[in-house]
Design a protein around this ligand. Structure first.
Ligand code: ADP
Length: 374
């Protein structure tokens, strides 16, 4: 028997808000999405009241889970500080308070000012691309490992909910467990704390997400996961620069973004769109990485600039953003990635690991102030 939206709303009508009214009458619910036994929605409240709402979120979750046929329920509590209200105190369980700290590039009143920091995480950075297939996820994972090699405590959140590839790239097959606070425990692999929507759904399940569900699922993966203390959380964004990506860039408290591009013109045009998107939401672009920059023969090591070369470097200069480095198109990178054993792990002393570490070094340099402050 499939679960209906009405069943979910009926269950939520029995949950009371801190003021004693039915949750469904409190004007705080996002649209409720029900798909194949999976229920997603968010409860949007003023940050000043967030602590009082955590138990409501928990009750709503229990009520939804109790409906026969519900396999998973992802219910996010999102907090927004209303103008003039007092800042929320740190440490409310299940919800990150809105911090008064703002990154230097985010003026008051900008979209960044509305985002709640995640306690324990010094810097969240996005790895984005204008389109799919440019090697964004492979680069995100290897850069996360490069940052780890620099002595940082690093997490990786695969937010590419349309095609999560981190389970394949890391070989992780197990599902995350819940801790006593009912937060998901990220899977620890290669010294990284890793979370992916791909751990929660079957690999072959076609995932069709509509706007609010995207944000709700990602908010939950960000905030209802016991990340612990991290210097950097690398977020592997969904490819492209559409509404879903823009909402994500706007709602995740990002300290910066890295754009992955291949040398072909088309993807550079897409990369420019990525830059424009982050600019719009006042997220500083830490730089562009050119992936599959040149072909390196696996036998003789000879370099061939088969796609033309230097486009991303040139474009970065023109746009005034740092150029972080170039990664060759090499079979070792593809084979190791696709075998769940990334090149920085499988060949830590090899030339490719060195390239990823060098780029990670540039990133660390740019985040130095933020990490040190935390
Ligand atoms: P995206 O996240 O942009 O869709 P992926 O990281 O999944 O891209 O990479 C797409 C394919 O390209 C994968 O098979 C991956 O192994 C391969 N790939 C990525 N970067 C490189 C590279 N520098 N050299 C060779 N193959 C690569």
């Amino acid at each position: 028997m499939s679960v209906t939206q009405q069943q979910v709303l009926d269950a939520l009508a029995r949950v009371k808000t801190p003021r004693g009214v039915a949750l469904t009458n409190a004007n705080v619910l996002s649209p409720v999405a029900v798909n194949d036994g999976k229920v997603f929605f968010s409860i949007n409240v003023d940050a000043a009241e967030a602590r009082a709402w955590e138990s409501v979120r928990a009750q709503a979750e229990s009520a939804v889970r109790a409906i026969p046929g519900v396999a998973t329920a992802m219910i996010a509590l999102t907090a927004e500080r209303k103008p003039g209200s007092a800042p929320a105190s740190r440490g409310a369980p299940g919800v990150a308070p809105v911090s008064s700290h703002r990154p230097p590039h985010s003026p008051a009143g900008s979209p960044m000012a509305r985002q709640a920091e995640i306690p324990g995480i010094a810097a969240i950075i996005a790895v984005a691309s204008g389109k799919g297939g440019v090697g964004k996820s492979t680069t995100a994972l290897n850069l996360a490992l490069g940052l780890r090699d620099l002595g940082l405590r690093v997490g990786l959140l695969d937010a590419d909910i349309y095609g999560p590839s981190v389970p394949r790239l890391t070989g992780i097959r197990e599902k995350p467990e819940l801790n006593d606070e009912r937060k998901m425990i990220p899977i620890e692999r290669f010294g990284l704390a890793i979370m992916s929507i791909g751990f929660l759904v079957e690999e072959d399940t076609a995932m069709i997400w509509r706007g609010p569900m995207v944000m709700s699922a990602i908010t939950q993966m960000l905030r209802d996961v016991a990340w612990g203390t991290l210097d950097v959380l690398v977020v592997d964004m969904p490819p492209g620069t559409g509404d879903a990506q823009l909402t994500l860039a706007q709602n995740v408290p990002l300290k910066g973004a890295i754009i992955i591009s291949t040398p072909q013109d088309l993807s550079l045009i897409d990369a420019r769109r990525g830059l424009a998107m982050f600019k719009k939401v006042n997220v500083p672009v830490l730089g562009i990485v050119e992936n599959m920059s040149y072909f390196q023969c696996p036998h003789c090591g000879t370099r061939s600039d088969i796609f033309g070369h230097g486009g991303a470097h040139h474009e970065a200069e023109r746009l005034g953003v740092p150029f972080l480095g170039e990664i060759p198109l090499h079979i070792a990178i593809r084979e190791t990635s696709d075998a769940g054993n990334p090149v920085v792990v499988s060949d830590p002393n090899g030339p490719h690991a060195a390239i990823y570490r060098a780029i990670a070094g540039e990133i660390r340099e740019q985040l130095k102030g933020v990490i040190a402050a935390a």
